[in-house]
Design a protein around this ligand. Structure first.
Ligand SMILES: C[S@@+](CC[C@H](N)C(=O)[O-])C[C@H]1O[C@@H](n2cnc3c(N)ncnc32)[C@H](O)[C@@H]1O
Length: 428
C-alpha cells in the first residue's frame, strides 16, 4: 500500500472520530484489517493517536496561520492536515515522508486543488515550532474541573501523563513459559525490554510493537496488558479450587490472568455483551485456558448460574475510563457529564447484585480504570454504609495510594495506567 493511501486511511479514521462522534476502537478495527502490511497498520494507528492527543494544539496553530481554517464541514481536509502535523510534530518522521505522502493523499482524495494548501501548512510546521497549549487543552472543561477538584496536587501531572503515548506491557502466560525464558526469546528477537520488579508476570517493552511481531503470541505465550490491570490478581488470596465469578469479564484479560496464576480455580467469566464474549472465548482458546463463559447481566443474579454462591467475585466495572485516556484519547471527545451518573448507577447495581451472589466469608474485588472518586471510593464508602456485613480489607502500597476506601493508582505513575482497587470481605 502506498504511503499516500495510509495517510488517507488515517485521515478518514480521524475524521470519523473527531467530527462524527465515532469510537476510535471501532474505526480502527474496521480500517486496520484492510492494510496487509503491519508497518502500515502501525503508522495509521500511531498517526491517529498522536493527532487525537494533540488536536487542540493543531487547531490553535491553524487558527494562527490561516484567516479561515477548515471547519468541521471540511472535516476530512482538517483531519488530513492534522495527520500531517502529527507525523512532523509528534512522530518526528522524516520530512519528505510526512509532507509528500500527505500532500499526495490530498490529491488522491479528489482534493488536488487543496494539495498546495496542505503542502504550505506542513512546510511551515517544519520551519516553525507549533504553538504550545495548556496541559488540559484536550479535556472538556467539566471533566478537567472534576479532576482538579479530586486531585488538586496531581491534576497537572495527570493531564500531562494522559497526553503521553503509553508504554507497552506484556503479560507472560506462566502456564506456557516462565517469564525469564520468554525474556530470552525477546532478546533473541532483538526486542528491547525490562522485567518488572514487582509485577510477577510483566515485561515492559522499550518500544511498542504490533502483536504479530511478538514471539510466541499465536501460541498463547504472551498477552498485551497494562501493569495496573496485571496488579489486580495480586489482591486475591484464594482457597484451593475456589469458585470465582468475573462479573464484567470481556474481553477477558483479567480472567485469563487469574486462570494463568491459579490453575485450580473454578472460574465463570460473564459479560452482558455477546460480541465481546465471543472475543473473550477466542482469547482464552489462544492462551490454552479452559474457563467457563457466558452472556449474562451481572446486575440480575437470576441470569447468572450461581448455585451455592462464589468464594470471590471480581467487578472490573464499566466506568468513565479517565485513567486510560493515554490509550483511548477519544474518551475526552465522547464523554458527557450525564454519562458519569449513569455509570455510577450501574456500578452500584453491580455491587449490590454481586454481594447477593457472594458466599459468607467471600471476597469482592471492585476495580475501575477511573480516577474519579465518585466512581471509586465514594461507591465503596456508600456500599459499606449500606451493608453491615461488608468490611474493607486493606491493600498495600503496590496498589497505589490509599484513599481510605480503596487504593488509587494515578495515570503515568511507574509507567502505569490509572486504576482503582477495593477489596471487600463479607462477614462469615
Ligand atoms: C472494563 S470492561 C471489563 C474488562 C475485562 N475485565 C478485562 O480485563 O478484559 C467492563 C465490561 O463490563 C461489561 N458490562 C457492562 N454492564 C454489564 C452488566 N450489567 N453485566 C455484565 N457485564 C457488563 C461491558 O460489556 C464490558 O465488557
Amino acid at each position: 500500500m502506498s504511503g499516500a493511501n495510509t495517510r488517507m486511511i488515517a485521515a478518514n479514521v480521524l475524521d470519523a472520530v473527531l467530527h462524527r462522534g465515532r469510537s476510535l476502537k471501532a474505526e480502527l478495527s474496521s480500517a486496520l484489517p484492510r492494510l496487509p502490511d503491519p508497518r502500515d497498520r502501525a503508522l495509521v494507528e500511531a498517526a491517529v493517536m498522536a493527532a487525537l492527543r494533540e488536536h487542540g494544539r493543531y487547531a490553535d496553530a491553524l487558527s494562527q496561520w490561516m484567516s479561515r481554517p477548515p471547519g468541521a464541514r471540511d472535516g476530512l481536509l482538517r483531519s488530513l492536515i492534522y495527520i500531517g502535523l502529527a507525523q512532523i510534530d509528534a512522530m518526528k518522521l522524516p520530512p519528505h515522508a510526512a509532507v509528500d505522502a500527505t500532500v499526495e493523499a490530498a490529491r488522491l482524495s479528489g482534493r488536488a486543488h487543496q494539495a498546495g494548501l496542505v503542502n504550505a501548512l506542513l512546510r511551515r510546521a517544519l520551519r516553525e515550532p507549533l504553538p504550545p497549549a495548556p496541559v488540559d487543552a484536550a479535556w472538556p472543561e467539566w471533566l478537567a474541573d472534576r479532576i482538579r477538584a479530586a486531585w488538586p496536587d496531581d491534576a497537572e501531572a495527570i493531564f500531562k501523563a494522559s497526553a503521553e503515548p503509553p508504554p507497552m506491557w506484556l503479560r507472560v502466560n506462566r502456564r506456557k513459559i516462565p517469564r525469564a525464558l520468554y525474556a530470552e526469546r525477546l532478546a533473541e528477537a532483538g526486542i528491547a525490554h525490562h522485567l518488572s520488579d514487582d509485577l510477577a508476570d510483566a515485561i515492559r517493552l522499550d518500544t511498542p510493537l504490533p502483536v504479530t511481531a511478538l514471539p510466541g503470541f499465536e501460541e498463547g505465550q504472551v498477552s498485551v496488558q497494562d501493569g495496573s490491570a496485571q496488579r489486580l490478581v495480586d489482591a486475591l488470596e484464594l482457597p484451593r479450587e475456589a469458585k470465582v465469578l468475573d462479573a464484567c469479564a470481556a474481553p477477558g484479560g483479567k480472567a485469563a490472568h487469574l486462570a494463568e496464576r491459579h490453575p485450580d480455580v473454578r472460574q465463570l467469566a460473564i459479560d452482558v455483551d455477546e460480541r465481546r464474549v465471543r472475543r473473550m472465548q477466542e482469547g482464552f482458546a489462544r492462551l490454552g485456558l479452559d474457563i467457563a463463559t457466558g452472556v449474562a447481566d451481572a446486575t440480575s443474579p437470576a441470569s447468572v448460574p450461581a448455585e451455592g454462591g462464589f468464594d470471590a467475585i471480581v467487578i472490573d466495572a464499566p466506568c468513565s475510563a479517565t485513567g486510560i485516556v493515554r490509550r483511548q484519547p477519544d474518551i475526552l471527545l465522547h464523554r458527557r457529564a450525564d454519562d458519569i451518573d449513569a455509570l455510577i448507577g450501574l456500578q452500584i447495581r453491580l455491587l449490590e447484585a454481586s454481594w447477593s451472589m457472594l458466599k459468607p466469608g467471600g471476597t469482592l474485588l471492585y476495580a475501575t480504570c477511573s480516577i474519579l472518586p465518585e466512581e471509586n471510593g465514594r461507591n465503596v464508602a456508600d456500599f459499606i454504609a449500606r451493608h453491615a456485613d461488608a468490611a474493607l480489607q486493606p491493600l498495600d502500597a503496590r496498589f497505589g495510594r490509599d484513599t481510605g476506601h480503596g487504593h488509587q493508582r494515578l495515570p503515568g505513575e511507574n509507567g502505569l495506567d490509572g486504576f482503582f482497587y477495593a477489596r471487600l470481605v463479607k462477614s462469615a
